[in-house]
Design a protein around this ligand. Sequence first.
Ligand code: NAD
Length: 459
Amino acid sequence: MTDPHEHELRVLNPATEEVVATVPAASEEDVAAAVARAARAQRTWAALAPADRARLLRRFADVVDAHTEELAGLEVREAGHTLGNARWEAGNARDLLLYAAGGAERLLGSQIPAPGGWNVTFQEPLGVIGVIAPWNFPMPIAAWGSFPALAAGNAVVLKPAETTPLTALRLAELALEAGLPEHVFQAVPGYGATAGRALVDHPDIAKIVFTGSTRTGREVMERCARLVKPVTLELGGKSPNIVFADADLEAALDPFSFLDNSGQDCCARTRILVHEPVFEAAREFLAGALADVVVGDPADEKTRMGPLISRQQLDRVRSYVPDDAPALRGTAPDGPGFWFPPTVLTGERPDGPAATEEIFGPVAVLLPFTDEQDAVRLANGTPYGLSGSIWTRDVGRALRVSQAVQAGNLSVNSHSSVRYWTPFGGFKQSGLGRELGPDALTAFTRTKNVFISTEGPAQ
Ligand code: NAD
């Protein structure tokens, strides 16, 4: 990646460090021009009958589907995702388009009776939405912010992360190919400090959907506050994996609960909390499981874990794992590329940095707990509250612990976090607002009530 004063983004393949593409970086003026084009296009888009918008979005889904291999290939090259994951991501974008298209047809207002008239309540589109995406899941997160907004009649200006602009640019081209009106969905790659801020500060951006680090999210929220601009924040995580003694240990300790996407996953279960009676068994199981993880070329179908996104991210992960730290370790290639082995730290304090801060790499901590209360206390012992898993065969305990853990997305006897048809978002410093699910479109509307008098003229 180049420094922020340059006018281009150099996209590196994180598995090889080769330059994959060079993309112009948007200036503040470029962002303003994109917003002006979007504002004009949005009026035509919003005026379409919902069924016509839905038809175009379904066609967009078909075009995405036809380009699955191409989109997946881009995600492999620019983000280092394994091919299997990247194909799933293209499929997720397609499925969300279909889901959002259905929502467009069901976005209704209401009618509330009143003496002497009627209240008619409308759900109006907001206008132009600014979507700011991170590098860890470039395609799905661009989709989650953008597609429900489009379905509700908004235009979208999407700013992808500096390191991963390619799938966003291609999705915007595919939207045109599918017949969406020009400028309704634009991708504007650029640096956060210029293009990102320009989008947040622009008075004609009606709402910001920001996904990224909690540090940047705070700044985005402050800037939105100056304009009283609504904002959705999808931020960091440090999610617990709570494993009780009666659990199916092999399923509960699946290392991909924290290694998926090389651990660069906001929902990664990076705090493995294990009931004391099975703690030693868990340690043994994890040691074997890490040794079996195939780390390497993400384009190879057999690979289960690829590289980290950048040298900067590699340095960050290394800073949490000194060479002499007590740990279970797998293996990783030496380089070129940004590789780090699957790692479980075994000598950490529950309130120490490695156990409470988001590392965003293939690193988890293993901690014992004594009983249910202790598990909940440990689970809630970070500023984050995004996800978590609870493993037990005791239904009562599963329900009690799910109620006590402060997180927006929990799973019982599963590590699944995201389904496009259920709401997703964080508690505490993991975020604000929800994406996906049945209310995804409403989040991109404003409610207007019009009272219509039925009184006749005074006789
Ligand atoms: P980041 O905060 O550095 O950047 C995210 C985006 O914000 C990028 O597009 C960047 O260019 C832009 N940006 C940077 N500074 C900005 C500013 N001042 N104003 C406006 N935009 C700015 O985050 P990242 O390192 O790209 O992503 C990793 C983080 O994202 C992790 O913390 C991860 O947990 C989080 N994340 C959260 C979710 C979720 O749904 N909760 C999903 C994925 C990732």
